[in-house]
Design a protein around this ligand. Structure first.
Ligand code: ITT
Length: 203
């Protein structure tokens, strides 16, 4: 069975590949290079649905889209849906991280609480129609706090400044210092996928 994963982020493709292999190994995930809709939703769910509908309509296949980002508590959930472009219109992960750290250094917040959010939309087309047979959105959250400076070069995006909760005190690492397998087992994306798995089974 084939399913389209609509993303240009090769890290997401790799992470999804690992998660799918662990939970639905029979599913064949293929890439998408069709037209890109304007992402003008006001939240992760709307943006994920906009992209998934476009991919499902274009390919005639069930489509999966992950819209994700980091939400900092003291900043009211920002960068949120603007995570990929926080430091400007170019997707620059290093500039994004440094801008966020600079912004936090101006705010007195000893907790530095943040969470990674992964919102996955699954859209199934209705054969011979522009309607959809099924639309679902699931969300996973990974709670933690922000480091004072980047550590590690694993993962992507904000991983080098995100310290997940639940680690042994004194031995806490950023996700940039975790192995791909460790991240795959615990991440916001993995948690969203747990909610998605039964829906995929019903396809
Ligand atoms: P696509 O839209 O093509 O999927 P993208 O990277 O732009 O690629 P998003 O619009 O969902 O995807 O933006 C997500 C951004 O949030 C991403 O660029 C990272 O900066 C951040 N992000 C999401 N998941 C992350 C993760 O697991 N680790 C670190 N940063 C993450």
């Amino acid at each position: 069975q084939q399913i389209v994963l609509a993303t240009h982020n090769p890290h997401k493709v790799a992470e999804f590949g690992r998660i799918v292999a662990a939970t639905r190994p029979d599913l064949h995930v293929i890439g998408y290079d069709g037209p890109e809709p304007v992402e003008d939703g006001v939240n992760f769910a709307e943006n994920a649905l906009i992209k998934a509908r476009a991919a499902a309509r274009h390919t005639g296949l069930a489509a999966l889209v992950d819209d994700s980002g980091i939400a900092v508590s003291v900043m009211g959930g920002a960068p949120g849906i603007f995570s990929a472009y926080w430091a400007g219109h170019k997707k620059d992960a290093v500039a994004n991280m440094h801008l966020l750290l600079d912004q936090l250094s101006d705010i007195a917040d000893p907790h530095r609480k943040a969470s990674f959010v992964s919102t996955i939309a699954l859209v199934v087309p209705e054969p011979g129609s522009t309607a959809f047979a099924m639309e679902h959105v699931v969300e996973g959250r990974w709670h933690g706090r922000l480091a004072h400076e980047p550590r590690g070069d694993g993962g992507f995006g904000y991983d080098p400044i995100f310290i997940p909760d639940g680690q042994e005190p004194g031995a806490e690492r950023t996700v940039g210092q975790w192995s791909p397998e460790e991240k795959t087992a615990a991440s916001h994306r993995a948690q969203a996928f747990i909610a998605l798995a039964p829906l995929l089974s019903a396809l």
